[in-house]
Design a protein around this ligand. Structure first.
Ligand code: GUN
Length: 295
């Protein structure tokens, strides 16, 4: 039987509808508007497309939203000064610097310069530390979206063997930390595999829940999946363009093969991606409420 599709796009829509009500109430009752700035340095087409999608959603929700585009040769000092400006701007509650940054800029230095209270990406070391000790302030958006999707899918996470493929700071490490914590949609036994793992398939074949953030198109084949597993495919790989110039996207999992083996799988696109954007909006509403001391 073909696997059930975990349609993040539909779940995201529901969450956004609830967020819209919250934003309307913040305006009506408290006269405050969540403010989000997304900073993009350079012209990477994939980053441009992600940032556009984030801004579109922010506008739809009625946020005060700013898209700040900077040239690829912007120097580090100028970027730090820009972040400092938004750190001090009372109308901005969330600051997102789209990654990756050009090579001449030290991304850790940049992330460290964002006020942790405005770090809606959850990438500041203070927020990473809070997440790791089980006291999250802002959860990083993609792992937050994955956990929400798992919670709503009804797949048991507690006690599950979870295998995470990839050890990035954006997805692999934080999702491993979140799913191993005590709490709802967590309490899992987590294994992380990466480029230096000796036998990746040995591990993936044991996974009740397989989270794949490898950045390699169709890396996980059907014979690397345990029958009945739940598959979360974080990959967004552009493998070509249509005649009209639209991007053709593939995940990190061979989708057609996985459909025959897994019990549930996120499609690409329409799976994890929309959840990431929606959790960014949720974090920004949270930031606005904390800033304005609204419960
Ligand atoms: N690049 C890829 N994913 C992300 C993300 O979640 N946040 C930021 N800032 N950059 C990214």
């Amino acid at each position: 039987m073909a696997a059930k599709l975990l349609k993040g796009a539909e779940v995201a829509k529901e969450i956004r509808a609830a967020l819209k009500e919250e934003v309307d109430e913040l305006k009506a009752k408290h006269n405050v508007i969540p403010g989000l700035v997304t900073i993009l340095v350079g012209e990477d087409p994939a980053s441009e497309s992600y940032v556009r999608a984030k801004q579109k959603t922010a506008h739809e929700l009625g946020f005060h939203s700013i898209q700040d585009n900077q040239p690829a040769d912007l120097d580090e000092e100028a970027l730090l000064a820009l972040i400092d400006k938004y750190n001090k701007d009372p109308e901005i509650h969330g600051i997102l610097v789209q990654l990756p940054l050009p090579k001449h800029i030290d991304d850790q230095k940049v992330l460290l310069s964002i006020d942790p209270d405005k770090d809606v990406d959850g990438f500041h070391p203070t927020n990473v530390g809070k997440l790791l000790i089980g006291n999250p302030y802002y959860s990083p958006c993609t792992p937050f979206g994955i956990q929400e999707l798992l919670a709503r899918s009804g797949a048991p996470v507690e006690g599950a063997e979870v295998v995470v493929v990839g050890r990035s700071n954006i997805v692999g490490k934080p999702i491993a930390a979140m799913l191993m914590q005590k709490g709802p949609a967590a309490n899992a036994t987590v294994t992380v595999v990466h480029t230096r793992t000796k036998d990746v398939a040995f591990h993936t074949k044991r996974a009740d829940i397989l989270v794949v953030a490898a950045g390699v198109p169709e890396y996980i084949k059907g014979d690397m999946i345990k029958p009945g597993a739940v598959i979360i495919d974080v990959g967004v790989n552009e493998v070509g363009r249509t005649e009209e110039g639209k991007r053709i996207l593939k995940g990190d999992v061979a989708f057609d093969e996985a459909l025959e083996v897994a019990s549930a799988i996120t499609p690409v696109p329409g799976g994890v991606g929309p959840m990431t954007i929606t959790m960014l909006m949720k974090n920004t509403v949270h930031a606005c409420k904390v800033h304005n001391k609204i419960k």
